[in-house]
Design a protein around this ligand. Structure first.
Ligand code: GUN
Length: 300
């Protein structure tokens, strides 16, 4: 079987288009402009790239974008004060504090200081609990993007066997929860899982989110399964020229694509969906804050 390539770039453009329409409606009909604030502490180069790109796309869909950059040695009290200010700002509907934070800051404390209603990352303990009990919550962006692609490809996921490889709070655990809420039979696999190849071979849906380049080979994949690759790993690529690098996922693309029914590429798969879902979450938060009907198809 040769897999259908799930085009995350195209899908994300579609989601951004829908978000843009809702933003226009909110502005024209209600005089409200959704606002997203991103807080960046320190100078981590990858985080700087993400934050710049988030700000640019936020403005492109017509939202207000606020960036708060703080020094790497910012105190917890100063960071908490900035978050409190954003919590109380009625023009801001979504707040994201870029992770990882410098080591001296308590990440859990900071995340849980964001108002749950504005927690567009879905990392606040209240949102984690709401998702875990199947209630309306803010849903973490990467798993939400994966879910949208899976629903788009399959329609109903009910009764499917799903394996999530990786148990992070940001991707693995919420992904498993979302699949369970959609009535999949879910296994969460991780570094201590016994017979990982056999576990993966049983799955109709494989979500790989471990951060280990090309760790899933094609012969682990059940014929016709759907493979969602969350990994973004940079490898040296001497074959492309001296000092060149390339991005690869957590699955070995060619061999997995030869067996899968559908697969997301890296780059151009899950990656673009994450920011699109951040925008979707911001519109959702804005609608909820103003007692307006939330957009359909943009939430779990
Ligand atoms: N760092 C890497 N991914 C993410 C994300 O989804 N949200 C936040 N806040 N930080 C990140």
């Amino acid at each position: 079987m040769t897999a259908k390539i799930i085009d995350g770039k195209e899908f994300a453009a579609r989601v951004r288009g829908q978000v843009g329409e809702h933003v226009t409606r909110l502005k024209n009909d209600h005089g409200i402009t959704p606002g997203l604030a991103v807080v960046l502490v320190g100078e981590d180069p990858a985080s700087q790239v993400y934050v710049r790109s988030k700000g640019k796309i936020t403005v492109e869909v017509g939202m207000k974008s606020v960036e708060r950059r703080m020094d790497a040695d910012t105190s917890e009290a100063d960071l908490l004060a900035v978050i409190e200010e954003l919590n109380n700002d009625s023009e801001i509907h979504g707040i994201l504090c870029q992770l990882p934070l410098p080591k001296h800051l308590n990440e859990d404390l900071i995340i849980n200081s964001i108002s749950p209603a504005k927690d567009v990352d879905g990392f606040h303990i209240s949102n984690v609990g709401l998702l875990g009990t199947g209630q309306k919550s803010m849903v973490p962006c990467t798993p939400l993007g994966c879910l949208m692609m899976l629903r788009d490809h399959h329609g109903s996921l009910s009764g499917m066997d799903a394996v999530v490889i990786g148990r992070s709070n940001i991707v693995g655990k919420p992904m498993a929860q979302l699949l369970l809420n959609d009535s999949c039979t879910v296994t969460i696999a991780h570094s201590r899982t016994k017979d990982l190849p056999d576990v993966v071979r049983r799955a109709d849906i494989v979500v790989a989110a471990v951060g280990r380049p090309e760790m899933v080979p094609g012969d682990w994949i059940k014929e016709g399964a759907t493979v969602i690759d969350v990994g973004i790993n940079r490898l040296d690529a001497p074959e492309k020229g001296e000092g060149k690098t390339k991005l690869v996922g957590d699955v070995h693309f060619e061999s997995c694509a030869a067996r899968a029914g559908a697969i997301t590429p890296v780059p151009g798969g899950v990656g673009p969906m994450t920011i699109a879902c951040l925008l979707a979450n911001t519109v959702t938060a804005c609608c909820r804050a103003n007692g307006l009907r939330e957009p359909e198809g943009l939430t779990a």
